[in-house]
Design a protein around this ligand. Structure first.
Ligand code: PBG
Length: 319
């Protein structure tokens, strides 16, 4: 075997998986009502941005040749039903309008469709007596997705693990004339401790209980395949496994089984682990990140949502 490992040229020739900028999606946090970017604790190098920063941010991302962003909003107001999530002047809707205007088709604009940043209780659906009401939540998610599509989103990404959400959103988009808007389904999204830095970033931690009545149990792989299969039947264009790093087996299984465009979400806790270790000098940041993201791609992911996207784009561009 060593003959094919002797020089860099030979190694490049036989390399099976190569990470490129085209594989990256950068998550962007936008907060209503702030004037200057706020550093996010637990996610060094990441910020909650004011709307006024969006043109500059989009320009930078396009110049780095990152193909897409995933927009997360932090609204001014939260209520029981998360109605600021579908306000036509909501933070995500205005961000998308500005980003679209600026980038046209040079940037794929994706939006997270969920209620947890917008509900006073921090859960991903309508709550009654401590329970998430699945079906009544579908109507709200339809409004959110359509309002984002109206603003100019290319891809809407339901992340609430509400049963039937992909079907409900597909039919709402189609009847509103948005047949060309894609759905990236957070299909196999597990109830994970690795979202903690995100919840601090997005002010979206649940006020009571946890998300285990709607997000998946991380012990389950067969169920992950059933979730993905049902999202495909409901009309998902892209499926997702989340988190990614500890879930490479599921990315691998999903790709082998469904041959579908597959996304992996390299989540906030995975980012935090690498950042913490590299800040201490215990790991090399560039080497760690490239190895982790290449492994996700090798396991079957076509695209990775990652807070490292800008760094990776710079590292790969310099080559
Ligand atoms: C919203 C949502 C979450 C993440 C993406 N969309 C948090 C959650 O489900 O609690 C997590 C992303 C990350 O940790 O980077 N439902």
């Amino acid at each position: 075997m060593r003959r094919l490992r002797r020089t860099q040229r030979i190694r490049d020739l036989v390399r099976e998986t190569t990470l490129t900028q085209d594989d990256l999606i950068y998550p962007v946090f936008v907060q209503d009502g702030i004037e200057t970017p706020e550093a996010i604790e637990g996610m060094p190098g990441q910020f909650r941005l004011p709307l006024a920063e969006i043109p500059r941010e989009v320009k930078n991302i396009v110049s780095l040749e990152i193909p897409g962003i995933m927009v997360f909003g932090l609204p001014l107001e939260k209520d029981e039903t998360g109605s600021s999530a579908f306000d036509r002047n909501g933070i995500v809707q205005r961000t998308v309008e500005i980003a679209k205007e600026q980038s046209r088709d040079n940037l794929i604009i994706m939006t997270d469709v969920c209620l947890c940043q917008y509900t006073s209780h921090g859960h991903c659906g309508i709550v009654q007596e401590g329970q998430i009401l699945n079906d009544p939540t579908l109507e709200v998610l339809q409004k959110v997705a359509v309002s984002q599509a109206k603003a100019g989103a290319d891809v809407v990404a339901p992340s609430g693990m509400i049963d039937g959400q992909v079907k409900a959103i597909r039919s709402a988009l189609d009847s509103a004339g948005f047949q060309n808007v894609c759905i990236m389904a957070y299909s196999a999204k597990h109830a994970s401790c690795f979202y903690d830095p995100f919840r601090n970033a997005a002010h979206s931690a649940p006020a009571f209980g946890d998300r285990r009545s709607y997000q998946m149990d991380y012990g389950n792989a067969n169920e992950a395949m059933r979730e993905i299969e049902s999202d495909i039947k409901e009309g998902a264009d892209i499926i997702m496994v989340k988190p990614a790093l500890a879930y490479l087996d599921l990315i691998y299984a999903a790709k082998r089984k469904f041959h579908y465009p597959t996304a992996a979400y390299n989540v906030s806790g995975e980012y935090a682990m690498v950042k913490a270790a590299t800040e201490k000098g215990w790991l090399d940041e560039k080497a760690s990140v490239l190895e982790i993201l290449t492994a996700m791609k090798r396991s079957g992911a076509d695209m990775m949502l990652t807070y490292f996207a800008k760094d990776v784009a710079k590292w790969l561009a310099k080559k």
